[in-house]
Design a protein around this ligand. Structure first.
Ligand code: G6P
Length: 350
């Protein structure tokens, strides 16, 4: 097992370091994805079905497909699929996202959707059940993922969805921008010491909040899921605009709030949410861009990213510091991030 870790302490950190390559490899799926989108000109609705981290990738898909392609899109948890199944028809495309291609809830929904609709599976494990059952298949080219918490497969799933949405919407500018994404990874990984220091500062926290708006919202949800999975600290992801409808009551002195704040149209509003939590004593951990002076002056802790990464492509990039934060907190707490208690890499029971 040591050999496979190639000198890294754990698979999770090895797999985080492989994310730039995973994205580059998944980008080679473009021609295959183009054939699929050419075949799907008559769809008028998309429904994503997934669990866990794959569900968060699906949420990003909804924002992309609705805003770029104008196709009404829903996102369902596979275990909740049955309540919506009678709304599907032959003009609906149902997209199943699954790293393993073997998650029981997802496969059950796929069997049902095959009866009425076009189905597409976005899967990392070649030859898995989902690849055999769906009408169309996109392979995320992340390579095998051993750590239970999904990392490189998540960014590969996102890359597939970005390609799919950009091709469906004939958005050549986005296609071009995607090619550049792997370049941002090296700089982020070079700065991982900043995250190690944050981890040692916040390792005893009992609750964390993660907030974001628009494309940054699923990033916040996924950041909170990673924290729960491998550090056993309660992490809650929230849409920044929903804070005032409940969670604000839980913000006290010293509660860490991770604010996901890429440049873009939501910046001003999320900044005012940052100010709200700060004025109630929260420790603001901000992930933002290098030239964001306002943010730099307000946050307690900062992780900064190339300012070319705006909110549209932030999901592919801004998740890395959040994965690293959970990883280093797990290490600080003496936990094995590859094998979290009570969890399995692939859940084959409903
Ligand atoms: C398990 C794993 C998660 C994963 C989820 C969905 O809970 O621990 O990391 O996101 O299953 O798995 P799938 O293979 O369908 O993407």
């Amino acid at each position: 097992e040591m050999a496979e870790k190639e000198g890294y302490d754990y698979f999770m950190i090895k797999e985080i370091n492989e994310e730039g390559t995973a994205i580059k490899n998944t980008l080679t799926e473009k021609d295959n994805i183009k054939k699929i989108t050419d075949d799907l000109s008559d769809i008028n609705r998309i429904v994503f079905v997934a669990c866990g981290t794959s569900y968060h990738a699906s949420l990003t898909g909804k924002y992309l497909l609705e805003s770029l392609a104008g196709i009404p899109t829903d996102v369902l948890l596979a275990s909740e699929f049955k309540y919506s199944e009678n709304t599907l028809n032959d003009e609906t495309l149902v997209i199943f996202i699954s790293q393993s291609g073997e998650t029981a809830d997802t496969l059950k929904a796929l069997n049902i959707a095959n009866e009425t609709s076009k189905t597409l599976a976005i899967v990392n494990v070649a030859g898995s059940s989902a690849t055999r059952r769906a009408k169309y298949v996109i392979h995320t080219q992340a390579g095998p993922e051993i750590g239970v918490a999904a990392t490189k497969t998540y960014v590969s799933q996102l890359t597939s969805i970005y390609l799919f949405a950009a091709l469906l919407a004939h958005d050549d500018n986005l296609l071009e921008r995607l090619q550049k994404v792997p370049e941002y990874f090296e700089d982020i990984l070079k700065d991982s010491e900043i995250i190690e220091k944050m981890a040692s500062k916040y390792k005893y926290a009992q609750d964390f909040f993660f907030i974001g708006r628009g494309y940054a919202y699923p990033i916040a949800l996924e950041g909170a899921l990673k924290l729960k999975e491998i550090t056993y600290i309660h992490g809650e992801g929230y849409a920044a605009g929903e804070l005032k409808h409940g969670p604000l009551a839980l913000i006290d002195q010293g509660v860490p709030v991770v604010v996901v704040l890429p440049p873009g149209e939501n910046h001003r509003k999320t900044m005012s949410n940052l100010e709200e939590v700060k004025s109630r004593g929260a420790d603001v951990i901000a992930v933002g861009s290098f030239n964001d002076e306002k943010l730099i002056s307000k946050a307690n802790d900062l992780f900064l990213i190339n300012d070319e990464v705006d909110d549209l492509i932030a999901p592919l990039v801004y998740i890395i510091p959040l994965q690293l934060l959970s990883y280093y907190i797990a290490i600080e707490r003496g936990l094995d991030p590859d094998k979290p208690k009570n969890l399995a890499k692939c859940v084959t029971v409903e």
